[in-house]
Structures are given as C-alpha cells and as structure tokens.
Design a protein around this ligand. Structure first.
Ligand code: KIV
Ligand code: ZN
Length: 523
C-alpha cells in the first residue's frame, strides 16, 4: 500500500465541491462576517478551485444580499449559489443577487421529514410536494442551474422522498441535495439512502446527487464519503468544518481523504490542496474561530511529532509516521522576512509574495507604518506577523469607529487606568477610565464613548509567533439581542490589540444591527 499524498487522479470520477462556508458556516454563532471579509474568503475559495461557492442567503438581510451580489461580481470561475426557501420572493431575491456571476445557481430547499412538515411547516405532505414543484419551476424559469434540497432528508420517509426528488427533477432541478440536517445518520445507513434513490427514482440520472452532512455525531465526513461510494457526486462542506451547531463536513478532510486514499476511493476533486492551509488561516483570522490543535489536516499539531520514537522514525523515513506531507496542504516553514531597515518597495514585494498584491494605497500606507513600528519592537518579523498586520489594517478601512491611541497605567498597585482616544466617523473622542485591570479599564473607556448593552462572550489572546516579543492577536466576541459578532485586533502590545479587537467588534455590531432575520429561517 502506498502512502503517497500525490495519488494519480486520471480515470477517476470527479466529485464536485460545493463550499458553504459563507452560508451554513456563517450561520454559526460568532462566525458572521462583513462584506470585505466575505469577499476575502470567497477569493481564497476560488484559489482553492472549489466548484461552487454558496455565498449566502440573499433574502436574510440587505447585507447578505449585497455580499452575495458582490461575490457574484468578483468570481472568476466558481459557480455562485444563493439560498432561497420555497417562496417566489426568496427565489427572486436569490436570483437578483447571483445573476451577476459568470455561472450562477439558485439553491432552493424545503423540509420533507414528517417531523418538520408537521411541526415546522404545519403542512400536509401533498401541499409540501406541490411547493417543491412550484418553487423549482419558478427557479428554473430564472436560472438554468437549480439545486433543490430536501431539508431533513435523512429522516424523511423513503416513498415521499422519492416522490419529491422525481418531481423536482421533472420541474428542472439539475442538482438534488439530500441533507443530513441534524447530523443523525451513520455511514452505512446514509449510503443506503442514496443507493435507494438511485434504485427507485426513474429520472435520477438527469441530476447530480449531492450530500450535505452536519457533524453532531462527528460523522459528517464519514457520511459524505460513504454517500460518494453510493453514487453522490457533489459534497457540501465548509473550511475548518464550521457551521450550524457542531458544524458541517470539513472540506479539508474530505479533499485530503480522497487524495491520500485514492487507492480505495477512486474519485477526485479539482481542488488545489496546497491552498488548504491558507484557506483555513484566512477563515480563522476573519472569524476569530481558532482551530483546535489536534484538528485533522489544519490543526497546529496535525504535522507535529513530539515523541522520541516518532521523531526517530521520521528522521529515518518520513513515511513511517506521515501519510501526507505538510507541503501537500500548503504548510511551509515560516520565513524570517524583513527587518527594521527594509524599505517600502521590499515591503510591498513581500506582501505580493504572500498574496496581498491588491492592497489599496491607504491600506498599504497604514500597514507599512505599522510594520515599521513592529520592527522597532520585535527582533524578527515573520510571514505570520505580516499576514496578521495586513489583515488587521485591511479589515478596518470602512470602520466607523477607529482606534487612535491609548496610555495605560497598571501594575499590582491600583487603580489601573486607560486614557483612550478613538475617532467616530472622523471625529476625535477621548476618555479616561478606571478598571479592574488594564483590559477592563480600556473596555470601560470604549463603552463610555460608544454606549451599548452588548454582552462580552469571549476575550481571547493568541500569540502570532513564538517569543515574548510576539504579536498578540486578540478576539472579542459580543452578543446583543441574540446577534453575535467577533472582533479582531493585532499588535505587538496586547493591550492595544485588545482595544482594536473590541472596537472592531463594535463596528461589526453596527453592521449587524441593520440586518433583519426573516422568520423561520432554519436552514
Ligand atoms: O442542513 C441543511 O439541511 C441545510 C439545507 C438548507 C441545505 O443547510
Ligand atoms: Zn446545513
């Protein structure tokens, strides 16, 4: 048995990757993203070469609509999908957003399980069936590429599922998705369900069968791969496995399982696996959702070998303990990059090498000033430092509230005080506040100048690199009326990073307040 991660993919069947990080992923608490962040994630998804990007739920809010439309305009090769419930209004709104893409898809869904029909929809099966026909027909009149999903498909009665699938295909659906919405299925059973559809639905060959698995029992990836064995040729998944509750099937695990075990799974995706690490880090940076260290493929320990026996084996032959190379998922040694004497041109070149070749002049200026400041305080500046710093500068360009400066008095003898200056829509404001520790003092000063009742759910500090002079990346999660946002801040000074993170979260809250969720949006 070969353990090479470069499995040859000729003559194997292709499985399409439908990425729903920006829709199902973004629905998970604390994972909401603003427009710039969504565009950034969408750009990395295109670099990964996913087939379909589900960019959002356009009817959910004006912000969601605008984000889907902007992603549709930005996309170069991926098909852009927008989600819609089974109503004309939803479908029209989804079409208005995705129609700008070179290749567009309307993804409409309706619950089909007895439980959902009775309690959620409060409709009889015949009515639900007619809604499937009407919604798919309407979508197909607008767009040639229509996906229909049977929400809670894995808990739907087989006969009714077959009836709905057959009618959806007749009405024009080109992809049929059978979600395991509540993560209840187990691999054999789920594969049997897909096989049953292939055996019983007469027009099944007219559509691509897709699977969409949630991870409540930790089986989302296993269920998705089992379904491929049974004939599914599209998998819906997310970067880092983010998504509702325990998340969705993790894209990186699916792609690498197929790549590494091509010997037993004769399928391939068109993804460039060497972009996986970048995609994972981009998403973590944007959402503040750090990946658990032992997470397969993208966790910090996924390629670390701690024990002496393993290290010894690795030195003799890496294949003793490594089934894929770090390089195959784009994990490379971090580089010492620039020093405090590096000029603007070298800085710009280095950023281009790291993939930041489209920074506007303002972001570049801001990042350069901050790089010089960082180089003054930190002996060695690494790739990761630059990425954190540029992310931080670029994501703040449209913020209403901006950090300007802070002076802190702290130590074992209180009181701790923060003297903070910010700007709100360009107007400078200053406040001095006392607190229970310096972070508390900063947050109180911010609250004084920007009054609100948001509850802090998380305050987290992460060191970008090793060493006591490492940059701090701070995440602050705020919750207001059931809406959650994550703010980020990076700086060589943890307290400055904390102020930036809190202010970033408030800016996101302002955007989020404008969003109004539609009733019964349970996808
Ligand atoms: O989990 C689910 O059923 C969904 C559908 C909308 C596809 O997210
Ligand atoms: Zn889902």
């Amino acid at each position: 048995m070969s353990t090479s991660s470069q499995t040859v993919t000729v003559n194997t069947e292709k499985v399409k990757i439908f990425d729903t990080t920006l829709r199902d992923g973004e629905q998970s608490p604390g994972c909401s993203m603003n427009l710039e962040e969504k565009l950034k994630v969408a750009a990395v998804l295109e670099e990964l070469n996913v087939d379909i990007i589900e960019a959002g739920f356009p009817i959910a809010s004006n912000g969601d609509f605008e984000a889907v439309a902007a992603i549709a305009k930005q996309a170069q090769k991926a098909t852009i999908a927008g989600l819609a419930r089974a109503s004309k209004k939803d479908i029209d709104r989804a079409w208005e957003a995705v129609k700008h893409a070179k290749s567009s898809r309307i993804h409409t869904f309706l619950s089909t399980s007895p439980l959902h029909m009775k309690f959620k929809l409060q409709k009889e099966p015949d009515v639900v069936h007619q809604m499937v026909v009407d919604s798919v027909t309407h979508a197909r009149n607008l767009c040639d590429d229509v996906e229909w999903s049977a929400e809670d498909g894995s808990r739907t009665e087989h006969e009714f599922l077959c009836r709905c699938v057959e009618s959806a295909i007749k009405a024009g659906a080109t992809t049929i998705n059978i979600p395991d919405t509540v993560g209840y299925a187990v691999p054999e059973e789920y594969a049997a369900l897909i096989e049953m559809l292939f055996n019983k639905v007469p027009n099944i060959d007219k559509a691509t069968i897709s699977v969409h698995c949630h991870n409540d029992l930790g089986l989302a990836v296993a269920n998705s791969l089992a379904a491929v064995e049974a004939g599914a040729r599209q998998i819906e998944c997310t970067i880092n496995g983010i998504g509702e509750r325990a998340g969705n099937a993790s894209l990186e695990e699916i792609v690498m399982a197929m790549q590494v075990r091509g010997d037993v799974m004769p399928y391939h995706t068109d993804l460039d696996a060497t972009v996986i690490t970048k995609a994972s880090r981009t998403l973590s940076g944007v959402t503040g959702f750090t990946v658990q260290p032992n997470k397969a493929i993208v966790g910090a320990n996924a390629f670390a070998h701690e024990s002496g026996i393993h290290q010894d084996g690795m030195l003799k032959n890496a294949e003793t303990y490594e089934i894929m190379t770090p390089a195959s998922v784009g994990l490379v040694e971090s580089n010492l990059v620039l020093g405090k004497h590096s000029g603007r041109a070298a800085f710009k070149n280095k950023l281009a090498e790291l993939g930041f070749d489209d920074l506007g002049a303002n972001s570049l200026d801001d990042a350069f000033v901050r790089f010089k400041d960082l180089a003054d305080h930190k002996k060695e500046v690494f790739d990761e430092d630059l990425i954190a710093l540029v992310d931080d500068s670029a994501l703040r360009q449209n913020d209403h509230i901006k950090f300007k400066s802070v002076q802190i008095v702290c130590g074992s003898e209180g009181p701790q005080t923060a003297d903070l200056t910010i700007t709100i829509d360009g107007e400078e404001k200053r406040c001095k506040s006392e607190g229970n520790g310096p972070v508390d003092a900063i947050f109180k000063a911010i609250k004084e100048m920007v009054p609100q009742n948001a509850r802090m759910q998380l305050y987290q500090v992460h060191a970008v690199t090793g060493g006591t002079d490492a940059q701090a990346e701070v995440t602050v999660r705020l919750e207001e009326d059931g809406k959650t946002v994550n703010g980020q801040g990076a700086d060589h000074d943890t307290l400055v990073a904390s102020a930036r993170a809190y202010i970033n979260a408030l800016n996101k809250l302002i955007v989020k307040r404008e969003k109004t969720a539609p009733e019964a949006m349970t996808a």
